[in-house]
Each structure stands twice: as C-alpha cells, then as structure tokens.
Design a protein around this ligand. Structure first.
Ligand SMILES: Cc1cc2nc3c(=O)[nH]c(=O)nc-3n(C[C@H](O)[C@H](O)[C@H](O)COP(=O)(O)OP(=O)(O)OC[C@H]3O[C@@H](n4cnc5c(N)ncnc54)[C@H](O)[C@@H]3O)c2cc1C
Length: 420
C-alpha cells in the first residue's frame, strides 16, 4: 500500500517550519532525514523506535521506492518490476512526517534543509542518505542522452525496464556488452550478478548470443565463486575481460553502440554501461563530499568529517571496508540512529559493530554470498578479522539452491525493515 500524493503532501505541510512555541509544547529535538531508501527509511524508523520524543521528518523525492537488489532478476526476465516497488504508508504510520520533495539545499550554519519549492525545514541533526548519482561525462561519450540508448540500470526503474526490453528485442546471435566501473561503486558484486542473469537469459532464450564483460578492474567481489559458476553454467557464452587484458572502457559511442578500450573497439547489439558514480548530489550541495565525490564520516556516529550535525549513511558515505550495499545501508542506519539518539540526550555513543551480507544469484536457483563484520579502527570502519566469510568454493547444488532461497528471505526482511 502506498500513500496517495495528496496524503503525502498534506503530511508534509504539517512539518514545515512549525511555529517555535507550538513545537516547544509538543515536541522534542528535530531530525530531518533526506532520502527514503534503504538507509534513510530504516534510519528514520529506528530513530522513532529508540526515542519517540524525537520529531523525525523524512524527505524523499519519489512517492514509490524502487529497490535495486533483485533488479538484475527483472532484467533477466525472472521477476516483475512491481516486486521491487514499495510505498511509505507504514513509515508514516510510525509517526514519521513524510515530505515528498527534492531537497535542493542545506544551510549547515542555520541548520535548515531547503526543498525544491523553496520551503525550509529546520533540524537539530540532519541525516543524508541520498544514495548515488552518475558522474555524467566521466566516461567519454556517456551522458544522459547516451543512457537512453546504452542504459546503466544502476538506479532501478525505467532504466531496468529499458535494458530488459533491449535484451528481449535483440536477435539471437547478438553481442551483449557490460562495462563495469573501477572502485568504489554501488554494489561491488552487482555487475557480475547481472552478467550471470543476462547469461541465463541468453542461454535459455537466445543461445547463439554472446556476453562480454569489459572490466576496469582485475579483481572483483566473490570472483572465484562467480568464475567457477560461469565455467559450469555458461561456458563459451560469457567472457570476462579484466583491466590488464584491455577491459577498461575509455569511451562509448551511443550512435553506433560502440565501446572503446585501449586494446580495441567492441560493437554491441545491447550495451549496458555501468559508469563511474559519486554520492547523491545533495551531499555535495551540503558540503559533505571530499574530492573523491563521496562523504568522509566518523565511523562511530556517521557524522560528517566536514559538516557538524550532518550525518551521512549508505552509498554516499565513505565507510572504509564496508561495501556500498542495501544491507550495509541498513546496518549503518541503525548505528547512526542510536548515535544520534545518544548525542541528543547528551551522552557518548558506544562503539558499534556493523554487519553486511551480500547475496548474488548466478542463476535463479544458484546463490552465493559474502559476509563481513566491521568496527571503527583508526578512524575508519575496518573488517573484524575472522568474522566474515564466503560461500564454500565447492558445495553441492542443494547448498547453492538454499542460498538462493536465503537471498529472497533477506530481501523480504530488509525491505520490511525499511518500508513494511
Ligand atoms: C543492480 C543492483 C543490485 C543490487 N543488489 C544488492 C543486493 O543484492 N544486496 C544489497 O545489499 N545491495 C544491493 N545493491 C545495492 C543497493 O541498492 C544500495 O547499496 C542501496 O540502495 C543503498 O541505499 P541508500 O539508502 O544509500 O540509497 P538508495 O537506496 O538509493 O536511496 C536513496 C534515496 O534518496 C532519494 N534522494 C536522493 N537525493 C534526494 C534529494 N535531494 N531529495 C530527496 N530525496 C532524495 C532517492 O530518491 C532514493 O529513494 C544493488 C544495487 C544494484 C544497482
């Protein structure tokens, strides 16, 4: 169930610059959260649960959230996009004020967030959870117009459907090319799960076709597990070209669907360009990004190292050894909420331990995973040695099937915590 636009805006109006006297009588400290994705929605809810006196406002540009995890299954024709979409009715039911609007400005000195229509929201603490934006132009030839022809599909929604339609429309025997970026980027195993599920689509629907993965890296997440599964499931169909063998794409030409590397040119029938990324734009506007384009944070509180009283969680943050994943965003959301509740009460936040698990599907009934535990060490989030692990290198097919089922269960849990 999702909120109607009118309800969303109506709730929004109530929160905007409420008169100070009324607020003093009824309300505690104000936390504004920008971005209602895995990080922001989970953080807003955790704050309300930890301390109901905190007045929490969630600013989100869309009325419906479209989740990226499992969107590769949509591209591979195994799932519908509607299974990825969630409304905010339950979030509102928790007593969180929803504002459906784009946040366009932050005045860190005055402690206000400005919305696209000019309204201003005052805060005592601000949480930025805007996810990623594409670095348009960082890859020569790849701009917003090019993405309409060579989709990135790295934000789920129309782009996901565009890539799926292109694959469905392609003649059997066509060349599909995926270009994978250098680190850091959203979802380190994501390009390789996508390659797997596109390979599965081609194997079952267009078996004369070929899939080439051009990579700007020599190594990637869960590499041995992926490569062993590819050799077993997609021999001769899927080829991965690492950086050292000419994999780095240096420019693209949307007019001819050509991807150029230092070693040559590849003309595709379908080209999925996963371009370089950066923190969502509002983080930059707030002055919370450094020269890398991402946001340095204190690993205990997630407070920006550049802007006091502004916390950054999820993909936008530089979280040390933690990958940019929905699981990590959720884990950071809870730690950040606990730290903010403690700070607002005048206390000292405890040292957190955060966890992450990333499941990937190599085929519909073949799952693999990597898990880690992280704690602040020397000003960064570092791996707790010996605490994580990978799926075993060799395992009976039943174990891989069980991991695929666990992946689905994880998705239900994580979306339930954010939106359910
Ligand atoms: C193909 C693919 C597969 C993936 N698979 C997995 C997986 O299996 N497991 C996993 O853990 N992770 C996976 N991920 C990664 C996961 O999607 C991200 O890490 C996660 O979404 C990050 O959460 P976030 O809250 O930082 O950002 P998001 O979830 O992207 O949320 C950001 C929200 O902020 C809003 N927003 C941005 N700017 C503004 C603004 N100025 N004003 C108002 N609203 C704003 C956006 O509309 C959006 O709703 C996958 C990603 C991809 C691309």
């Amino acid at each position: 169930m999702s909120l109607t636009r009118r309800t969303f805006l109506g709730l929004a109006g109530a929160a905007v610059l409420a008169p100070a006297r009324a607020r003093a009588q009824t309300a505690g400290p104000r936390v504004v959260v920008v971005g209602g994705g895995f990080g922001g929605a989970s953080c807003a809810r955790a704050l309300r649960q930890l301390e109901p006196k905190i007045v929490v406002t969630l600013v989100e540009a869309s009325a419906t959230f479209t989740a990226c995890p499992f969107s590769n299954a949509v591209i591979g024709g195994l799932r519908e996009l509607s299974a990825q979409q969630f409304g905010y009715a339950r979030v509102a039911a928790d007593g969180i004020t929803l504002v459906q609007a784009m946040a366009t400005g932050v005045d860190a000195a005055a402690k206000t967030v400005t919305l696209a229509d000019g309204r201003r929201l005052p805060y005592d603490r601000l949480v930025l959870a805007p996810g990623i934006d594409i670095r348009w132009g960082a890859l020569s030839g790849y701009d917003e117009a090019a993405a309409a022809v060579m989709p990135h599909a790295w934000k789920a929604g129309e782009q996901t459907l565009l890539l799926r339609r292109q694959l469905e429309a392609m003649d059997d025997g066509g060349l599909v090319v995926i270009s994978a970026p250098g680190n850091p980027f959203r979802c380190p195993p994501g390009p390789y799960e996508r390659a797997s599920l596109i390979a599965h689509f081609l194997k079952t629907r267009k078996p004369k076709s070929k899939l080439l993965v051009l990579d700007a890296k020599d190594t990637f997440s869960k590499q041995r597990l992926f490569q062993a599964a590819w050799a077993e499931l997609y021999p001769g169909l899927l080829e991965w070209v690492p950086l050292s063998k000419g994999g780095a794409v240096t420019s693209v030409d949307p007019a001819t669907l050509t991807l150029t590397t230092d070693f040559g040119k590849h003309q595709a029938k379908v080209a999925n360009v996963i371009p370089p990324q950066k923190a969502g734009r509002i983080a930059e506007v707030a002055g919370a990004t450094d020269r890398s384009g991402w946001c340095p944070i204190d690993p205990v509180t997630f407070e920006s190292k550049l802007q006091p009283a502004i916390h950054v969680i999820g993909d936008a943050a530089i979280a040390g050894a933690m990958p940019k994943s929905a699981f990590a965003a959720n884990s950071q959301a809870k730690s950040c909420a606990a730290a903010i509740a403690t700070l607002l009460a005048g206390g000292t936040p405890a040292m957190p331990k955060l966890i992450n698990t990333c499941y990937s599907l190599v085929a519909p009934d073949y799952g693999i995973s990597v898990a880690g535990v992280y704690t602040p060490t020397n000003g960064q989030l570092a791996d707790v040695p010996g605490a994580g692990g990978l799926s075993p290198a060799t395992a009976p097919r039943g174990a891989r099937q069980a991991e695929a089922v666990l992946a689905e269960a994880w998705f239900r849990t994580i979306t339930g915590e954010a939106f359910g």
